[in-house]
Design a protein around this ligand. Sequence first.
Ligand SMILES: NC(=O)c1ccc[n+]([C@@H]2O[C@H](COP(=O)([O-])OP(=O)(O)OC[C@H]3O[C@@H](n4cnc5c(N)ncnc54)[C@H](OP(=O)(O)O)[C@@H]3O)[C@@H](O)[C@H]2O)c1
Length: 275
Amino acid sequence: MSDGTLPPVVDNHEAAMHWAGQMGSVLGTLQALPPSPAKLPFPIVGYSLYQVPADQRATSLVKKALQLGYRHLDTAAEYYNETETGQGIRESGLPRSELYVTTKLRDNDYGFDPTTVAFNDSLKKLGLDYVDLCLIHSLHGGPRSRLESWRAMEQLHREGRVKSIDVSNYGLNQHDIAVAAYSPLSRGKKSDDPTLTKLATKYNRTWVQILVRWLIQRGYVALVKTVNEARLATSIDVLDFELSDVDMKALDALHEDLHVEPVEVTQFDLTLLHL
Ligand SMILES: NC(=O)c1ccc[n+]([C@@H]2O[C@H](COP(=O)([O-])OP(=O)(O)OC[C@H]3O[C@@H](n4cnc5c(N)ncnc54)[C@H](OP(=O)(O)O)[C@@H]3O)[C@@H](O)[C@H]2O)c1
């Protein structure tokens, strides 16, 4: 990808990107709501601005990511770097139509009017006329205010200011819905794992490339977060090799049902019937 080749796109049948959270399900609500917006493709590997400091570094990392071939940027009001993200996009000189930009609503902004105000603020910070995807960031705030947020997002969608709306941190992996991995690199906790190390040697790749490749071969969206330019290049350089079935199964077997922030899980209201 360092030659600027674009990553592949996932055909997203629900025009929706759901995060692989460990909590809850929105299935009942999805069935009750109007059909999802138009079908949209998006790049399966994206650059996450999670915990990227809101300063010049964020701008130059976004610019660098776009130079390297990333076309999918994932930010959030809660990441406090939408302004710098927008600046990086402008400095890249790339046409807006080539990019897939996601932002997320902070849970303090749930409710119809607060969502509209917060979303407009995000757009203004990003300097964009629309975002490709806006997510309800978490299951905090109670089902009523999340439902009002959803109605506000539907209105924003009708107005063309967001192409696709969805939820984050709801556990859901069915119905043809694309799922993005939560902490896809295990926050580095598994960098010394013997299976990963063995496969990295076998394929002459880094442990991160093995993990990203495993994700995309399983059909998950990989949003890689890094503040390191060299790592940015490494993480997207995963398209010219393929893990064998046996090795994919060896990686599947590493599943430990790990939860990054177990305390948070218990704070969420796990409802099947409401957003
Ligand atoms: N929806 C939510 O509420 C939510 C919550 C948490 C996380 N997420 C998502 O999960 C993703 C990232 O989560 P995360 O930061 O918790 O975990 P992660 O992706 O598992 O790990 C990120 C860590 O890996 C390191 N790293 C990145 N590329 C590397 C490379 N090539 N070699 C070695 N280390 C590398 C980064 O360090 P450096 O930065 O120092 O390179 C960073 O500390 C993002 O997409 C984020 O948006 C979502």
